[in-house]
Design a binder for this molecule. Sequence first.
Ligand code: ATP
Ligand code: MG
Length: 293
Amino acid sequence: MDLIERAAARLAQQENKTSKTEAENVVDAREEAPPRPVAVLHRSEEHGLPLLKLDEERLRQAGMVVPDSTRSKIKEEYRHIKRPLLMNAAGKGTSVLKHANLIMVTSSHPGEGKTFTAANLALSIAAERDKTVLLVDADVVRPSLGALLGFSAEKGLVDHLIDPTLDLGDLLIKTELPTLTILPAGTPHHLSTELLASTAMQQLTEQLSSRYRDRIVIFDSPPLLPTTESCVLAHLMGQIVIVVEAERTTRSDVRESLERLGALPETAVGFVLNKTRHEMDPGYYGYGYGYGY
Ligand SMILES: Nc1ncnc2c1ncn2[C@@H]1O[C@H](COP(=O)(O)OP(=O)(O)OP(=O)(O)O)[C@@H](O)[C@H]1O
Ligand SMILES: [Mg+2]
């Protein structure tokens, strides 16, 4: 059974499990209030530069990966999710990928959990001994990493693309985890798709991919079906994670997203099943390369 068929079978199983009343009760994430930030921006006492301090209690309450020694179900799930991504990034997957350390997190629709997944992946990979993580807010149309991580309106990716002489280092926000750094989306711009398709973006991804061998770059990105930015971004990535929301994303959404994505054969595409309510569900359901097998 190919990857899409397995994904479709799994979704069909879920659809059968969901009674109509249950489905009607599923909360529409787009109508939910913005999350309480799980981090706070401080000025570093040493250099006066912004430093993001993670709030472990809030991370725990939000059901996120907490960077401490405690065990949790979510940490275990992200161990499973990150493993194939890290294998690919290390060139130990079944295919040779270009820019294997650049990972885009996307989904079909708004509110399916892209930002939540990107942030948890970043936290989980930052806990690896020999990896550093750059978490990029590439959802330049509706950036929301700042709302989750407690920073606002910083200059970032867009500003660098408009003026590549702006030093990237000056745009980064360090966190108290030495292995985790953030690049905010920056100033909103009406030509966001064109900026992501620009030579400046190509050069940036090239530089991010090649400068440090141990670095994993995670791009939180816009939804695939209502916007064009993610399709453009996809061609610069080595790996793409598609978030599928349990009991909401349909089989045809997944198929259409894959078609829109038009991922190149040297790109790995995987899926994360998010917001599952079934205790026995492992939280993810499959991983594959390219698409169509
Ligand atoms: N597995 C989860 N457990 C608990 N809350 C979750 C989970 N996934 C997402 N959420 C919550 O659902 C809401 C929507 O998630 P998120 O912002 O990550 O979606 P998104 O796909 O990035 O949306 P957008 O397309 O608007 O950027 C947020 O409040 C987030 O905290
Ligand atoms: Mg988001």
